[in-house]
Design a protein around this ligand. Structure first.
Ligand SMILES: C[S@@+](CC[C@H](N)C(=O)[O-])C[C@H]1O[C@@H](n2cnc3c(N)ncnc32)[C@H](O)[C@@H]1O
Length: 222
């Protein structure tokens, strides 16, 4: 079984600057191709009225809108992103949709969720974000997710995945990531295995393909 995952060398400051620059163009560049997978992830999370849901790496805020409508005023959506450019775009979207009062947005690094108390959220959602963390950091991010989830809470991860053996598209992408990390900041990871190693119970996995690259949508429980 394939268990090696490429490293991510760039600093958090570089990640922040890069997403700040990208924030105004992100939807035009990748929003529509990723939408299908984000929506499948939201469906798997199956949030409902009154719940508290954390989204990590909310980007331009499309999932925040869906989640805020679903949990309603009796619930709460909490968003965390490293980029203040993304925060500005998402805030505007939530204002336009009349949903700003249902959502608390924070700027920060998801390796540290200390702004949230333990066992305080019903669900965690992450799409195309876990694969941006360096390999030794992924268990730290997932441990923080587990800490803030209530007993019986659930997490959905949508991520580019590395199958066994890796296909040609994955090998090309990894080469590109290794040589041009400023342009290909993420890389395929092992979402299911990483969630299991973090002590989650994997309940459901869907496999898809985006531009020839495998995508996994994993639902797991605490
Ligand atoms: C590839 S985008 C995905 C955005 C959104 N989830 C989507 O599916 O459209 C990754 C997002 O994660 C954010 N991000 C990157 N590193 C982060 C970190 N260390 N902590 C929190 N957010 C981070 C970026 O600013 C960006 O908004």
């Amino acid at each position: 079984m394939e268990t090696s995952v490429s490293r991510v060398e760039r600093s958090k400051e570089d990640a922040r600057s890069s997403y700040n620059r990208l924030s105004r163009w992100y939807d035009a560049l990748s929003g529509s191709s990723e939408k299908k997978y984000r929506d499948q992830g939201l469906e798997k999370l199956s949030a409902h009225s009154g719940e508290r849901i954390l989204e990590i790496g909310f980007g331009t805020g499309h999932c925040l809108v869906t989640l805020a409508r679903t949990v309603g005023l009796a619930g709460r959506v909490i968003g965390l992103d490293i980029s203040d450019g993304m925060l500005a775009v998402s805030t505007k979207r939530l204002e336009d949709e009349g949903l700003k009062d249902n959502v608390d947005l924070h700027i920060g690094d998801a390796a540290d969720l200390s702004f949230l108390t333990s066992q305080s959220v019903d669900g965690v959602f992450m799409s195309f974000t876990l694969e941006l963390f360096d390999t030794p950091e992924i268990p730290l991010v997932l441990a923080e997710c587990k800490r803030v989830l209530k007993p019986g809470g659930r997490i959905v991860v949508v991520a580019m995945a590395k199958q066994s053996p890796p296909g040609v598209a994955v090998r090309i992408y990894e080469w590109f990531h290794a040589h041009f990390e400023a342009y290909a900041d993420c890389r395929p990871i092992l979402p299911r295995m990483m969630l299991e190693q973090a002590g989650f119970n994997v309940r459901d996995v869907s496999e898809s393909v985006m531009w020839g690259l495998p995508v996994e949508i994993v639902l797991a429980g605490k």
